[in-house]
Design a binder for this molecule. Structure first.
Ligand code: SF4
Length: 361
């Protein structure tokens, strides 16, 4: 093993933060078993033996989107055959139907950037959901959506956040971060929030007391250096605010996107490497999520040995990744999640959206 890698192992064992150069050296290493070992050391120190899951439902109000990012198979134009919109009543009906399960704790609400809906519509949906289902946590709207709401309402992003908090959102999902590099965003998603805007909205949300999450979409045109810069930008913001709850890394799914014939799906090798490196770089993130929808359940289970301590939720019913041909199910039962965690030799823990423990199994 060369000196830099040897030094990295010592730093992780001693709980010392890794530099950008060390993160890059890890991406240049292909000793996957060793990377898994390093991630496991960090995971044990930071998160222990528990693996979290929750019972949640996704609601995507529309897939019509003005941004039309090149990596997205979900967003479409208003006249597309796939286009759909949901009324407030429909969203309420879906939420109430899911809430018949007494274990449901969270609604995860993200949508396309609709060209005509006013900001008031989103406030109205949130107010109604909160009124009808006050016990359900509303994890709603990415920083990209907040930036868009500011544009269509003429309000500042801070005021948009204040209005949404007053209406009833409890936290924000981590989507829309993609790769926090202006080079990548200009090529793939020039119409949505820039890297600086994404970070600034997360910072504002944290300052207003809203917990948020962070993600990374990798495996398209980004370099390893951009992946590391992305992780370091999140780590620096977490140092400043402590407001991120979990980090999720998503592999890019090319099917049905503009990049379909140009880029192939990442290898499992890359997925596990990226998971492990994220765990060791993000030393101030308590939780690293292996999102089974993106990874498939077998890879998510394997990722538990590469730094992950959260496997996400029952989900019903996922639309965004399945638009890109994901082969995973659209939802899973609690028993399937629990068994997958147990088979990996870890302790399943049902959590709420703020990582309070509901049940240790
Ligand atoms: S990733 Fe989000 S913003 Fe981009 S096209 Fe898809 S739905 Fe729209």
């Amino acid at each position: 093993m060369d000196t830099i890698l040897y030094g990295i192992e010592h730093k992780i064992r001693d709980g010392v933060r890794l530099t950008k150069e060390e993160g890059l050296a890890l991406f240049n290493s292909n000793d996957l078993a060793w990377l898994g070992q390093l991630a496991d050391i960090a995971r044990k120190k930071i998160s222990g033996e528990y693996v979290y899951y929750n019972v949640n439902r996704h609601i995507n109000l529309t897939n019509i989107c003005t941004a039309r990012c090149k990596f997205c198979a979900f967003g479409c134009d208003v006249d597309s055959a796939q286009a759909y919109t949901m009324t407030k009543e429909k969203a309420l009906a879906l939420a109430k139907q899911s809430a018949q399960d007494p274990d449901l704790r969270e609604l995860h609400i993200v949508s396309g950037l609709h060209p005509e809906w006013p900001f008031e519509f989103y406030l109205d949906v949130i107010r109604s959901l909160k009124e009808e289902l006050p016990h359900i946590h509303l994890k709603a709207f990415t920083s990209v959506e907040i930036s868009y709401f500011a544009k269509i309402s003429g309000k500042s992003t801070e005021q948009v956040l204040r209005d949404l908090i007053a209406a009833g959102i409890d936290s924000m999902p981590g989507g829309g971060a993609e790769i926090l590099s202006d080079r990548v965003r200009e090529q793939l998603c020039p119409k949505k929030a820039t890297a600086g805007e994404w970070l600034s909205i997360a910072r504002q949300a944290h300052k207003l007391g809203l917990r948020t999450n962070a993600s990374m979409l990798y495996g398209h045109i980004e370099t390893f250096e951009e992946r590391i810069d992305h992780l370091i930008a999140l780590r620096e913001l977490q140092d400043e605010t402590g407001g991120f709850q979990t980090f999720i890394c998503f592999p890019f799914h090319p099917a049905n996107t503009e990049l379909e014939n140009k880029i192939t799906r990442t290898s499992v090798w890359d997925d596990l490497k990226t998971m492990a490196i994220s765990r060791v770089m993000l030393d101030n993130f308590k939780n690293i999520k292996a999102y089974w929808i993106m990874l498939t359940l077998p890879i998510a289970q394997l990722a538990l040995g590469f730094g992950a301590n959260d496997i996400d939720g029952t989900v019903s019913e996922e639309k965004i990744v399945h638009a890109a041909g994901a082969k995973s199910s659209r939802s899973l039962s609690k028993d399937m999640l629990i068994n997958s965690i147990r088979q990996a030799g870890r302790i399943p823990v049902e959590r709420d959206s703020k990582y309070n423990i509901i049940k240790v199994l």
